[in-house]
Design a protein around this ligand. Structure first.
Ligand SMILES: C[S@@+](CC[C@H](N)C(=O)[O-])C[C@H]1O[C@@H](n2cnc3c(N)ncnc32)[C@H](O)[C@@H]1O
Length: 374
């Protein structure tokens, strides 16, 4: 006689969640809730959030149009009327008016008292942050890969526009490809660098090696903050050459050594006491990530430290958004995982590391940080 398997008993939290979902799904409950001021506030907030989710693509396209048409720079410092902005953006008055109203709706621009247009909070940031604008432009290609998300999930192609852009995903990086993605990384790295260096002061270290260091923005910033720190950068030969040319006359040039090579095939330099992986590990699936960490572990001496700074999944609102974004972005890129600190700890442990720690960053939407010692 076959026995029926008994389903596992739901926890109290799961039963409360199920009851809550039944209530929220009931239109009559939502109608009644709107009659009570506190519940009305909550229902309205939730409705607004759901609308923003549903309209996400339209909002991104408004943002892209504003960046492409140079709207934020045009408004930086001086309000302008619709006709002047239409001329600047080379749009008809009606088209400019539509774009400005849409941009107003999502907090990019607003009106002055005399009826002209000026920057709202998000627009004011965008007018001065080349990194976010570069990412918004780059999204045009990523969103083409994501245009049919079900097809991408069910049957992802071997190659996408995003994987071609990050040419190291396919294994070969020529000088031009390396320069293209290194430039995007360089301009988008400022906030990541600040988060990492604020959360992990390097005054206790003598030599920093930045692995996958790209164009050298991280070693430059660390070297400027700690003038006694000796610096090295390791990246693929074509990228290392670009960094060498960029930094040849920089203020840190006499303290910096640049190594070209692959962390999959070549031994890593061994002369650092702090090793950094900034926005590198999440590019790689678990087996490749483990190979990178094992190679670093092998290069390190006992007591040396590895820091890993990159967008990480977690429980804060910023980290949850990061996880949603990078989970799909990395699927489009055909490589990598957005990991929580615990996932990274598991990989570090498997590579032989001990003494692992999470360091709080002030803006988890920009980067999380963990460290480990050999
Ligand atoms: C997403 S970028 C991050 C660059 C920089 N750390 C930053 O945060 O801007 C990843 C970096 O890893 C480098 N990289 C990829 N595969 C590599 C390999 N096999 N060996 C060494 N570096 C590699 C890339 O060239 C690139 O500079």
């Amino acid at each position: 006689m076959s026995r029926k398997a008994t389903p596992p008993r739901a926890s109290l939290a799961d039963r409360i969640r199920a009851w809550r979902n039944r209530m929220i799904a009931d239109p009559a409950f939502r109608r009644r809730a709107r009659n009570w001021p506190v519940l009305r506030q909550i229902t309205n907030r939730r409705a607004n959030e759901l609308f923003a989710l549903t309209a996400g693509f339209v909002n991104s396209q408004v943002l892209l149009a504003c960046v492409e048409l140079d709207l934020f720079t045009a408004l930086d410092g001086e309000p302008k009327d619709t006709a002047a902005l239409a001329r600047h953006m080379r749009l008809t008055g009606d088209a400019a008016d539509r774009l400005l109203r849409a941009a107003e709706g999502i907090g990019l621009v607003t009106h002055t008292n005399d009826g002209r247009w000026t920057l709202d909070d998000h627009g004011a940031v965008l007018a001065h942050d080349a990194g976010i604008s570069a990412m918004i432009r780059h999204h045009a290609a990523v969103y083409r890969d994501l245009a049919d998300p079900v097809a991408l999930l069910r049957d992802p192609p071997a190659e996408t526009e995003t994987s071609r852009f990050w040419s190291y995903v396919g294994g070969t990086v020529g000088a031009e490809d390396g320069a293209a993605y290194s430039e995007l990384m360089r301009v988008s790295q400022t906030m990541v660098i600040q988060e990492v260096l604020d959360a992990y002061p390097m005054d206790k270290h003598g030599r920093l090696l930045d692995i996958g260091g790209g164009s050298g923005a991280f070693v430059t910033a660390a070297g400027e903050r700690w003038p006694d720190l000796t610096l090295s950068l390791f990246d693929l030969p074509a990228v290392a050459e670009t960094a060498r040319q960029r930094l040849a006359d920089s203020a840190i040039a006499d303290r910096l050594t640049i190594h070209g090579g692959s962390f999959f095939d070549d031994p890593l330099p061994r002369d650092a006491d702090c090793y950094a992986l900034i926005r590198v590990l999440y590019d790689h699936d678990d087996p490749a990530a483990l190979r990178i960490l094992s190679a670093i572990h092998q290069a390190m001496d006992p007591g040396d430290t590895l820091i890993i700074g990159e967008p990480m999944a977690g429980d804060t609102p910023g980290a949850r958004q990061v996880a949603a974004y990078f989970t799909l972005y990395l699927l489009a890129m055909r490589s990598g995982r957005c990991r929580a600190p615990d996932d990274i700890f598991a990989l570090l442990r498997a590579a032989g590391f001990r003494h692992m720690r999470q360091h709080a960053t002030r803006m988890p939407v920009v980067a999380g940080l963990v460290s480990a010692r050999k």
